[in-house]
Design a protein around this ligand. Structure first.
Ligand code: RVK
Ligand code: MG
Ligand code: MG
Length: 328
């Protein structure tokens, strides 16, 4: 179990690092110029370095640990500000939020000022793995915690529901038995966990189910499920990449990157789910060796995963959050 907690966090990191060098490339350009991405490629900050996906996941994990497992929006704001580093490729919304927070704008108000009705980017989903593992035994509490951590940056319901769906997928993979795993059952259970309001995601998951044997037709998958940074056009895609390659952490990530577009985030989300199923030992050693170390590096992420596991084990997580909201 501890290896699977760590696997979800490290899975985010590995996917982020693997996908980042080709972020923004089309699937056809990746196919034409590289064939596939199966190795950690050279990158601006070095091979195996991560971007905002992992940095914000680390901040969320640290915040949960500092607050006894609860999501505390004001604490998250402080930690997001502390880790913010423009070299790590943040989304446009995040750059603006940092400035609004600096000006003293309260977090709920600041998040509503982004785009039209708040961001529906995948930024709240890409970082959510720590919530998925900590709350994996209580779907209601998990949903509320995932939504609350999303609201800090993503005021649009699609951004919040996407984060909740990704957390549900991580939790379900953590609970699954690899020996009896069934992609169809996984999808059915996931759909059943969604509230009625998450209609966009329910439809996307049904679509993903219909396409399970069509994964080699990348043009079709990208057209139907999406590969950009809108949450509803990437979270279902990441779940799809996991499901069509559920037997192998490596194959799932290589496939997620092969879809092009928001490759670091697609692979980070696929990696979190696959890592929760297979555990950290499923990370190929050549990828493991390449991962960035030092402050907030690989070994610290492992420690965070272990500490969240300890928190879950000793505190028996499953209690409802007091200040949670299901008003989507
Ligand atoms: C750079 C219209 C909207 C929207 C709305 C679009 C990093 C915008 C990570 C926006 C991830 C983008 C990604 C991402 C994480 C969102 N109307 N368009 N209401 N809401 N968008 O900026 O943290 O890569 O084009 O809030 O969610 O690796 O720029 O950032 O790939 O989605 O950024 O949303 O993104 P943001 P985020
Ligand atoms: Mg990124
Ligand atoms: Mg990205």
């Amino acid at each position: 179990m501890e290896e699977r907690f760590v696997g979800a966090l490290i899975g985010t990191f590995v996917g982020d690092a693997l996908g980042m060098p080709v972020e923004g490339w089309s699937w056809s350009r990746i196919a034409r110029e590289l064939g596939e991405v199966r190795e950690m490629l050279p990158a601006r900050l070095g091979r195996g370095t991560y971007t905002d996906d992992t940095l914000l996941m680390i901040a969320l994990a640290e915040s949960l640990l500092a607050n006894d497992g609860r999501v505390v929006p004001e604490d998250l704001v402080q930690r997001f500000r502390q880790v913010y580093d423009p070299r790590r490729g943040f989304g446009a919304g995040m750059h603006r939020l940092i400035r609004l927070w600096e000006q003293g704008v309260p977090w709920e108000q600041a998040a509503r000022q982004l785009f039209d009705g708040g961001s529906y980017g995948n930024g709240a989903a890409m970082r959510v793995a720590p919530v998925g593992v900590l709350y994996h035994r209580d779907v209601r509490a998990l949903y509320d915690a995932a939504v609350l951590q999303a609201r800090v940056t993503h005021a649009h319901p699609l951004g919040q529901q996407g984060a909740a769906l990704q957390a549900l997928a991580v939790a379900q993979a953590l609970r699954a038995d690899v020996n009896t795993f069934s992609p169809d059952e996984f999808l059915e259970d996931l759909e059943a966990s969604l509230p009625a309001s998450a209609e966009t995601y329910r439809r996307a998951l049904m679509q993903a189910g219909d396409l399970l044997d069509r994964w080699e037709d990348r043009a079709l998958i990208v057209r139907r499920l999406g590969n950009r940074s809108a949450a509803h056009r990437s979270v279902p895609t990441a779940i799809y990449a996991f499901l069509t390659h559920w037997h192998s952490f490596e194959e799932a990530l290589v496939y997620a990157v092969s879809l092009g577009g928001d490759t670091d985030t697609l692979a980070a989300m696929t990696g979190a789910i696959s890592g929760a199923l297979h555990g950290v030992q499923a990370v190929p050693s050549r990828w493991w060796d390449a991962l960035e170390r030092g402050p907030r590096g690989r070994d610290e992420v492992v420690t965070l995963g272990k500490r969240i596991y300890e928190l879950w084990r000793t505190r028996g997580f499953g209690n409802r959050q007091e200040n949670a909201s299901t008003s989507l």
